[in-house]
Design a protein around this ligand. Structure first.
Ligand SMILES: [Fe+2]
Ligand SMILES: [Fe+2]
Length: 147
């Protein structure tokens, strides 16, 4: 996940780049909390992080994908949907069995491994598309005297 700071993973879109950066920071923080044995804190924060941030990030990405006519929109959106469903399954287990260390590991592993794979493949593809879209869009909207 450290690769997000790598230039090739930056789209130049301030919101998307900021969100990806924050995702990495948060996952790193959760990993160190888990290492330190703070399982309950990890579960609580992972659930909040998911509800308040990851879902929002997916929505923002999908909105930009529609706006920019991203050709792989359906596949990308499907991966977001699957991630949401997987996380909801873990949440249901927490509700049923109560919070415990195993579920903390499970939820963090899901977020971290899924995001890492999705980010390097699907998001990278979208980032490249977005870069091109912004280049074209900026050109179109720049008055002639500034070109
Ligand atoms: Fe993303
Ligand atoms: Fe994505």
């Amino acid at each position: 996940m450290e690769s997000v700071v790598d230039k090739k993973y930056r789209s130049g879109h301030p919101v998307i780049d900021f969100q990806h950066r924050l995702l990495i920071i948060m996952i790193t923080k959760l990993k160190s909390s888990l290492k330190a044995g703070r399982s309950m804190e990890v579960l609580e924060e992972a659930a909040q992080f998911f509800d308040c941030f990851i879902v929002e990030h997916f929505n923002d990405e999908e909105e930009l994908q529609r706006e920019s006519d991203y050709p792989n929109y359906e596949v990308h959106k499907q991966q977001h949907t699957e991630m949401r469903e997987d996380f909801l399954r873990i949440k249901a287990k927490i509700d049923k069995r109560g919070a415990n260390h195993i579920l903390a590991v499970e939820s963090l592993t899901l977020i971290s491994e899924w995001m890492n794979k999705h980010f390097k493949e699907m998001d990278k593809e979208f980032i490249d598309h977005l870069k091109e879209y912004m280049k074209r869009h900026q050109k179109k909207n720049t008055p002639n005297e500034y070109k």
